[in-house]
Design a protein around this ligand. Structure first.
Ligand code: UTP
Length: 287
């Protein structure tokens, strides 16, 4: 058995695609129906067997940590007013997880954010979840990926098929299918303008060995003057088998406005209390 228990959540970016909403409020704290975006990722990690959660934050992002902390005054007030349901809901979030918080002092890129988790992670394999990639799935995406890692002991990234017009917006992999939904990655190209090696895009779920840290350290600033995780991943591909997993489920980019709206609609329709009324409302405005 592998000791895969740490999950890193990089949350130190500026969220410019969602301005002005995210000028002050972290995008990870925007509500998706009735939970902040980050909570979906944390719940996915916990349901996939991860119990050591590391959040990379930055100035102005304390609300993320506060959300999972106790709120004694609120809890006391709810208790006094016998609001047991609300108290249970608040309590469940406060007890959900103990977070290790690491500050990224400058937003120097995703690679740099992951590197700042090195001490917290230690010499163990770990997962990375980009919280604004929200995934609706029967079986949590990270759990699907964990299985590949436990069988192979090799790095795994989540893959999703995109249309040819969309390949220029993602990291695209080259290689060949390796049975089931697995893909043996031989190459990666960041946002290819032409000649994309496939239609398979890397999305925000990774399972990586600690060997990635020295590779990030060696990575020069790349696109946008940032230290890119993809550049270090490419170096890892050269060191041995590296898998992609075409996960089952639907992914939303909740870090940009349209993706966020789509996620809101789909999650609201599935919500046990709100879903039926919301569906009636949507039907009524469709005419
Ligand atoms: P994104 O590019 O999606 O996020 O980075 P961003 O920079 O916050 O948003 P935009 O593009 O300006 O709208 C992918 C992930 O990496 C984190 C982000 O918080 C996000 O989860 N990140 C990015 C960091 O933690 N540090 C960085 O320096 C850059």
């Amino acid at each position: 058995m592998t000791n895969l228990r740490t999950c890193v959540f990089p949350c130190a970016g500026f969220g410019t695609r969602f301005f002005p909403a995210t000028k002050v409020i972290p995008k990870e704290m925007l509500p998706l129906v009735d939970k902040p975006i980050i909570q979906y990722g944390i719940e996915e990690a916990l349901a996939s067997g991860f119990d050591k959660i590391v959040v990379i934050s930055s100035k102005g992002k304390d609300a993320i940590l506060d959300h999972f902390d106790r709120t004694s005054e609120l809890e006391r007030s709810l208790k006094e007013r016998s609001k047991q349901d609300l108290l249970d809901a608040v309590d469940a979030v406060s007890r959900m997880v103990d977070i290790i918080a690491v500050r990224q002092k400058e937003a120097l890129g995703l690679g740099h954010a992951v590197l700042s988790a090195a001490d917290a992670v230690g010499r163990e394999p770990f997962a990375v979840v980009l919280p604004d990639d929200v995934i609706l799935a029967e079986e949590p995406c990270l759990l699907q990926m964990r299985r590949v890692f436990e069988e192979t002991g090799r790095p795994v990234v989540a893959l999703m098929e995109v249309s040819p017009e969309e390949t220029s917006r993602y990291g695209i992999v080259g290689g060949e299918m390796a049975g089931g939904r697995r893909f043996r990655i031989r190459d990666m190209v960041e946002k290819p303008k032409q000649n994309a090696p496939s239609k398979l895009a890397i999305i925000g779920r990774y399972i990586l060995p600690p060997d990635i840290f020295p590779l990030i350290q060696k990575t020069e600033k790349g696109a946008g003057g940032e230290i890119q995780l993809t550049d270090a991943l490419r170096a890892l591909v050269d060191e041995g088998d590296f898998y992609g997993y075409i996960f089952e489920g639907k992914r939303y980019d909740a870090g940009e406005k349209l993706g966020y709206l789509k996620a809101t609609v789909d999650y609201a329709l599935r919500h046990p209390d709100l879903g039926p009324d919301f569906r009636r409302y949507l039907d009524s405005i469709h005419g």
